[in-house]
Ligand binder design. Structure first.
Ligand code: GTP
Ligand code: SPV
Ligand code: MN
Length: 597
């Protein structure tokens, strides 16, 4: 059996790469698919797969007048988000994975998952999906190959990555590629595992068909394996958007920002400034992941390894994010949103009237006024970045863009002020390391609970969190022109639980202050926590529909809140044990001294 499949794999294979062919043959011998199809990334292939997915019920075509080229997918209701408790880092020693990751010993993990993969593709097709993370031919670009039995995964990978022949050509005969194996299996949460083997550059994912669990180029390769490689090779793989902001004078500043899942990266990356900001322009380089390395001129350069957006749908409308609305107007896959009677899609927070009747995300009839959500809170769109009206030309530049500022932001209803600037790099790393954020629907589990989420990487760091923070500190030595570091919080609430700061496009006011600070144009005021905008010469609030008291509340620093915050940070640092970097412990001591002083 194995040798027949091996022969079949190499006969049809559009490559002679011996390592790739041998690996595909080995995985096919284990999973025993009826067919092996090598994906070339062509239009004809897209059409063929789409037709097939419509036939087998995986995709529902939407009204071509309203959403040309768009389809709806409903996932299994038990499979709607990333599963952090079923995600594992498999390193020989448990300490290499660290206290914040689930760990399995590699041989034990291979054995356990082999039993699940054994024969799991009988009667199914195995697709071989070669893909590039990063612009084709770029020095930072990495090649992966994902083997999957899901046509939905192939169609998503086609949008999210540079997929097919071009990636295979870039790989050539090299054995330097990520080996990804995925099967939807029987979508049973008791038989669901997302396992990473950093030493083998390998990912095995079983039993899910959902986003970050199965589009292996994204969180699995670009962040978990990526962060591991980044430490070895001297770069950073981060859960960050990248944007360019151009002033009326034509000066462009590039900024990277880490916000946890469903905390505003896509929105910030494509925001439209308010009308007071005539002549200012925001352009998107990336909306979720940044790979950053020192460039020859001493600055830190960032690329977006992705080619599409897998974005949160609820809350997206023409007021909050017009560019996202344009982006998803065509050639988009929607997952777990509601269907309207005229074949369009609907979600909570969309523009216009709530429809009288819908088919909800689970395929059940839904009536206006129902207490159930029509769209799942973590419903998503998959759209090519080329649809984005404000896509930066630099999104396809293999050199990337020079980063002048790094922003860390969480979802906090209290404690963290609207914006502050770190005193220096080490203090900035401390701000990133001590980030807290309320959990969201992007991962299964309770929503709205504050947890430590260092650099928005808690679910995505592929090695010991203490070593990761030390790596950030060490990067200072290899970046002569360090970006300035900032912290923001768009999510502070008033006593009625309403967001104080209007957010979205109005975040331009905070961004302008950051740009001005980076360019050394505005004075600032020192506080216990960092530098904040001054009352005079601070944030530009012209035309902002917000009372002075509300601005004060959004920017306030309350010492009692900070005392309990420090306790929660202590628990996190204790978890890191001896791997808690000394420089960060000193930062902590300084902050305590300032608070007690
Ligand atoms: P992932 O794709 O999960 O990594 O998320 P993301 O960080 O890209 O989050 P996204 O921009 O999709 O926003 C998530 C949710 O936060 C959406 O429901 C947005 O409407 C909401 N949101 C984004 N920006 C703001 C803001 O400035 N203020 C408020 N109040 N909500 C926001
Ligand atoms: C996130 O959860 O941070 C996402 C969506 O960007 S997923 O691809 O599912 O990880
Ligand atoms: Mn994300």
């Amino acid at each position: 059996m194995a040798s027949t499949q091996a022969a079949a794999a190499s006969e049809q294979a559009p490559t002679k790469n011996p390592t790739l062919l041998a690996w595909v043959a080995k995985m096919a011998a284990m999973t025993q698919p009826d067919r092996i199809v090598w994906c070339d990334g062509s239009e004809a292939e897209k059409q063929r797969l789409t037709e097939q997915a419509v036939k087998d019920g995986t995709l529902i075509p939407l009204n071509p007048q309203k959403r040309p080229g768009c389809y709806l997918h409903r996932s299994n209701p038990n499979d709607v988000a990333r599963v952090e408790h079923l995600t594992f880092i498999c390193t020989p020693n448990k300490t290499d994975a660290g206290p914040t990751n689930n760990w399995m010993e590699p041989e034990a993990a291979y054995t356990k998952l082999s039993q699940l993969f054994e024969g799991c593709m009988k009667g199914r097709t195995m697709y071989v999906v070669p893909y590039a993370m990063g612009p084709l031919g770029g020095a930072s670009t990495k090649i992966g190959v994902e083997l999957t039995d899901s046509d939905y995964v192939v169609l998503n990978m086609r949008i999210m990555t540079r997929m097919g022949k071009a990636a295979l050509d870039m790989l050539g005969d090299s054995d330097d590629f990520n080996r990804g194996l995925h099967s939807t299996g029987d979508v049973n949460p008791d038989r669901r595992y997302i396992c990473h083997f950093p030493q083998d550059n390998t990912i095995w994912s079983f039993g899910s068909g959902y986003g970050g669990n199965v589009l292996l180029g994204k969180k699995c390769l670009a962040l978990r394996i990526g962060s591991y490689l980044g430490r070895e090779e001297g770069w950073l793989a981060e859960h960050m958007l990248i944007l360019g902001v151009t002033s009326p004078k034509g000066e462009t500043t590039y900024i990277a920002a880490a916000f946890p899942s469903a905390c505003g990266k896509t929105n910030f990356a494509m925001m439209i400034p308010p009308k007071e900001y005539q002549g200012w322009k925001i352009e998107t380089v990336g909306d979720d992941i940044a790979w950053m390395r020192p460039g020859p001129d001493g600055r830190l350069y960032a690329i977006n390894p992705e080619a599409g957006y897998f974005g949160v749908v609820p809350g997206t409308n023409y007021k909050t994010n017009p560019n996202a609305m344009e982006t998803i107007s065509k050639d988009t896959l929607f997952t777990n949103v509601a269907l309207t009677p005229d074949g369009d899609v609907w979600w909570e927070g969309k523009d216009g009237e709530v429809p009288e009747e819908l088919i909800d995300w689970q395929g059940k009839p839904w009536k206006k006024g129902s207490t159930e959500k029509a769209a799942h809170p973590n419903s998503r769109f998959t759209a090519p970045m080329s649809n984005n009206p404000v896509l930066s030309a630099k999104a396809n530049d293999p050199q990337g863009v020079p980063i002048s500022a790094i922003i860390f932001g969480g979802r906090r209803s209290n404690t963290v002020p609207l914006v502050l600037q770190a005193f220096n790099w080490t203090h900035g790393v401390f701000l990133g390391a001590t980030m807290g954020s309320e959990t969201t629907a992007a991962a299964t589990g309770k929503v709205g609970v504050v947890r430590r989420d260092p650099m928005a990487m808690l679910p995505f760091c592929g090695y010991h969190m203490g070593d990761y923070l030390q790596h950030w500190l060490d990067m200072q030595k290899s970046i002569p022109q360090l970006p300035k570091i900032f912290q923001v919080n768009w999510f502070r609430q008033d006593k009625n639980g309403k967001f104080i700061w209007p957010g979205y496009g109005e975040n331009m006011r905070v961004l302008e202050w950051i740009v001005n600070r980076v360019q050394g144009r505005v004075p600032t005021q020192e506080t216990l926590l960092g530098w904040v905008p001054r009352q005079d010469q601070g944030l530009n609030l012209k035309g902002l529909d917000l009372s002075e008291e509300a601005v004060l509340e959004a920017t306030s620093i309350k010492e009692d809140e900070w005392k309990s915050e420090l306790k929660s940070q202590e628990v996190f640092f204790e978890q890191l044990g001896t791997k808690a970097p000394e420089a960060l412990m000193l930062q902590r001591k300084l902050l305590i001294a300032r608070l007690d002083g």
